[in-house]
Write a protein that binds this ligand. Structure first.
Ligand code: CDP
Ligand code: CDP
Length: 222
């Protein structure tokens, strides 16, 4: 059985950062499932496919010419690593992600990422739907204001424009849609370890997660 660790939670809780640190520490593969939905959201925007058109969006998902290469992301050969990180694309991602057939179309692709020696995967439904048998499930949470502030700093550091008040509203709207959709809603799996990072630094969260990794994989050298 290939070992899988999943990290789920709402936007800006530090999932991506912690998942990348853990993958590097363990030498395991990394799946940023949000990037998959973001690329699909960007493709829908570029090709002017309506976010309500589940059939067209599913076709787009099935034919998605996506490539991950050493931290860089390509859509049909063009680099989209930074273009998918805007809140507008995050919002598009959450709208396309609400359609059950779209999610189904992306399921196999995600499961195929589970390869030896192991996989760290982050998203919204990794512990509940994609990898329900994952050996360790972490659910990260934090207040919406703190998360929006983190996202604001992140965008400014990348030289992208951002408005803090719009970000708080957008993140709340996206969380609501993700939490209340009919299929694979954002929620902690019953067997997930919940970590609230509102007042914790990345280093403190990482230490907390490493404690859980040691508990579940006592033989791993960390
Ligand atoms: O993947 P997710 O949207 O959950 O969050 P992220 O992209 O990993 O983190 C968003 C930003 O918040 C990054 O710049 C992190 O360094 C920062 N962050 C933080 O400062 N403290 C935390 N406890 C978690 C994240
Ligand atoms: O980085 P951040 O947490 O802001 O978002 P993300 O993980 O990149 O995900 C963008 C959007 O994709 C989310 O708001 C969800 O609507 C959707 N998503 C999903 O439905 N299922 C996943 N496993 C991952 C992302």
């Amino acid at each position: 059985m290939i070992p899988v660790i999943v990290i789920d939670g709402p936007a800006g809780t530090g999932k991506g950062t912690i998942a990348a640190l853990l993958a590097e520490r363990l030498g395991w593969h990394l799946l940023d499932s949000g990037a998959l939905y973001r690329v699909l959201g960007l493709a829908a925007l570029q090709q002017q496919v309506s976010f309500d058109d589940a059939a067209e969006l599913t076709k787009l998902a099935e034919a998605l010419a996506l490539q991950f290469d050493a931290g860089r992301i390509f859509l049909a050969g063009a680099e989209v690593t930074d273009a998918i990180r805007t809140e507008a694309v995050g919002m598009a991602a959450s709208q396309v992600a609400a359609h059950p057939p779209v999610r189904d179309a992306l399921l196999d692709w995600q499961r195929q990422c589970a390869q030896l020696p192991g996989l760290i995967a982050d998203g919204r439904d990794l512990g509940t739907v994609v990898f329900p048998d994952a050996a360790l499930k972490i659910f990260l949470d934090a207040s919406a204001e703190v998360r929006a502030n983190r996202r604001y700093k992140q965008l400014i550091e990348k030289g992208l424009s951002a408005n803090l008040f719009e970000l708080i509203a957008d993140i709340r709207e996206r969380d609501d849609r993700d939490r209340n959709r009919a299929v694979a809603p954002l929620c902690a799996a019953a067997d997930a370890v919940i970590v609230d990072s509102t007042t914790l630094s990345i280093a403190a969260v990482f230490d907390r997660v490493l404690e859980e990794v040691r508990r579940v994989f006592p033989d791993l050298v960390l």
